[in-house]
Design a protein around this ligand. Structure first.
Ligand SMILES: [Zn+2]
Ligand SMILES: [Zn+2]
Length: 214
């Protein structure tokens, strides 16, 4: 029971990381990643803050909190160096903010993010077949999201991922307390995107495998 896409007030979310963790715990989640938006302007503010938080979060807590980032609206040439920098600092979950149809995003962002060592391509919009195949080859998760606007292409993403065998992940992209939906509601987002129950279950199996390798 996980969600690897959350925002705290370290970027444009409204909650402190502690409250975020407590609210996800109350909603029944076992693992979350805090993945605040970063670019070169704030990377050295956000990374030390997230790491200090996760290093001090109790090891015996019923919810595990992973340090993450979401590389957002980067010029395409910055993805590789930014990802290397984040990994070197100890960031575990790296999201690329994909080509959602809900916001202007540089064309080519899906490809540039997939060519870097990211873990998840968030809301990739009308992702090309070549990029889905690249995600598959590189073992990068394509995101199905509960977030309004970004969710407009969930069915498209699910269909392409199933066609080419790329891994899918169900995420919230939460910013506010009301974005923290229940596990059952999150599974429904997967079903609404066109996955069947076994395919939803499979996304959880893939995450379990991924977590073991962290
Ligand atoms: Zn945001
Ligand atoms: Zn996000």
């Amino acid at each position: 029971m996980y969600n690897f896409h959350t925002h705290s007030l370290l970027s444009d979310g409204s909650l402190l990381p502690s409250e975020l963790a407590v609210r996800y715990l109350a909603a029944g989640y076992k693992v979350i990643a805090i993945t605040d938006h970063v670019d070169y302007s704030n990377i050295d503010l956000v990374i030390p803050a997230i790491l200090k938080f996760t290093h001090n979060w109790p090891k015996d807590s019923l919810i595990k909190v992973l340090p993450g980032v979401e590389l957002t609206h980067l010029p395409l040439g910055q993805f590789v160096s930014m990802v290397k920098y984040c990994r070197k600092k100890g960031i575990k979950i790296i999201i690329g903010h994909g080509e959602t149809t809900a916001e202007p995003v540089f064309q080519g962002t899906n490809r540039a993010a997939l060519e870097a060592d990211i873990d998840i391509l968030a809301h990739p919009g009308h992702i090309s077949d070549d990029d889905v195949q690249l995600a598959k080859r590189r073992g990068i998760f394509l995101e199905i999201t509960s977030r309004d606007g970004h969710n407009a292409t969930n069915s498209f993403v699910a269909k392409k991922a199933l066609k080419f065998g790329a891994k899918l992940i169900l995420n919230h992209d939460s910013h506010e307390p009301e974005d923290i939906i229940s596990i059952a509601q999150l599974k429904k987002v997967g079903l609404k995107a066109g996955l069947n129950a076994a395919q939803v279950a499979n996304t959880y199996k893939e995450i379990a495998k991924f977590l073991k390798k962290l």
